[in-house]
Ligand binder design. Structure first.
Ligand code: EPU
Length: 338
């Protein structure tokens, strides 16, 4: 089984928080996962994969299951579309690049998102006009209690904005082992309406965009705006963009007529948390080794040796300031492990 003792989790979380796992095991196969879950000596488990959407605030006493099951294949194909299946431990961006190499469209706008494929459905990853749910077919997950493999359809997953059943009703009950996605082989649906993509393509002189040029544009935008976790610890957007009622929005907008916003189909409004945080004066600020990124205020960063508690304290300070100045509540997008 090779259960390691007292190892640092710093290399296993993109925030680069240095906490210890009392016990840790790397999972490379499904049978191994089943066996580990049957061990009565480790009744508490903590599931970790890409470690890109979590803030660790203390040592982990539960057995850390580092999900590193690899493999990807084409499972269905028609003239126009293809369904690919990727195991949970496949790095998300490598999967996007692989799909582009095959000439498959659908993932280009989701280029360069840190993390692994198995965790993508949990928070329904999204960027530049698309969310995972738009290409998602199904996923397989192991029931932690029975060790059975269960299939979840798109409907079963109840996807929402950075949300799914794996964050709500089924939280902590399953380990996602693979994800199946439907992509296009031709007549790709190119999504370039997101302002920054159009500008980036224009600046590169691209007149007829392709899935590859869109991917390159997204990569360039992300590299410019978002810190690379291998250089500066972070977990992407720390907060979700708040969604408010029309009444709250009207009051807010009267006082802040220059604020960016998106009106949603259901009559509510999404306000960029990055803008709110910037207005409160936090952008680029540093408190010890915890900070707010200089180019995107929605991203909290670890300059080296910040503890999870320090990052969390900064997050609380930001939430309070936004609440005080705008009367709007912002909530974390990252999973805070206490
Ligand atoms: N803004 C500011 N100041 C800032 C940051 C943003 O004023 O410091 C303003 C921008 O000028 C723009 C608006 O806020 O008007 C939106 O900014 P941006 O396009 O950068 O997107 P976002 O809403 O801040 C979301 C996702 C990102 C995703 C981008 C692009 C969430 C929580 N975040 O950020 O996702 O890459 O859109 O689609 O929805 C992530 O989830 O980890 C992530 C990086």
């Amino acid at each position: 089984m090779n259960i390691q003792k007292n190892i640092s989790l710093k290399p296993y979380n993109t925030f680069g928080i240095d906490v210890k796992a009392h016990s840790f095991v790397e999972i490379t196969g499904l049978l191994q996962l089943q066996k580990i879950l049957q061990l009565s000596s480790y009744p508490e488990r903590f599931v970790l994969s890409g470690g890109s959407n979590m803030l660790l605030t203390k040592d982990v006493e539960a057995l850390v299951l580092y999900i590193n099951v690899k493999g990807k294949s084409i499972v269905q194909e028609t003239e126009d579309t293809v369904v690919i299946k990727a195991m949970a431990g496949e790095n998300w961006h490598q999967l996007v690049l692989w799909s582009l190499e095959q000439g498959f469209g659908g993932l280009e706008n989701l280029s360069l998102i840190p993390g692994n494929t198995g965790t993508a459905p949990i928070q329904n990853i999204g960027a530049y006009g698309i969310e995972l749910k738009d290409v998602f077919v199904s996923c397989e997950a192991m029931d932690i209690a029975t060790q059975e493999l269960v299939e979840f359809s798109k409907e079963d997953c109840r996807f929402g904005y950075r949300d799914s059943i794996f964050k709500t009703a089924k939280k902590g009950k399953y380990i996602i082992t693979s994800v199946s996605l439907q992509l296009t082989k031709r007549n790709h649906k190119l999504l370039t309406f997101y302002g920054a993509i159009e500008d980036e393509l224009k600046s590169k002189g691209v007149v007829h965009p392709t899935i590859n040029s869109i991917s390159e544009a997204v990569i360039a935008i992300r590299r410019h705006k978002l810190p690379d976790p291998s250089e500066l610890g972070n977990s992407g957007s720390f907060f979700k963009n708040p969604v408010v009622s029309k009444k709250t929005f009207d009051t807010f907008f009267k006082k802040n007529p220059n604020a960016p916003y998106y009106s949603l189909e259901d009559g509510t409004y999404k306000i960029p948390a990055g803008w709110l945080i910037e207005q409160c004066g936090f952008k680029g600020k540093r408190f010890g080794d915890a900070g707010v990124h200089e180019k995107q205020a929605l991203v909290l960063v670890n300059y080296g040796n910040a503890s999870g508690a320090e990052i969390l304290a900064l997050a609380h300070q930001i939430q309070e300031a936004v609440q005080k100045q705008f009367k709007i509540k912002i909530t974390p997008e990252v999973n805070i492990i206490r």
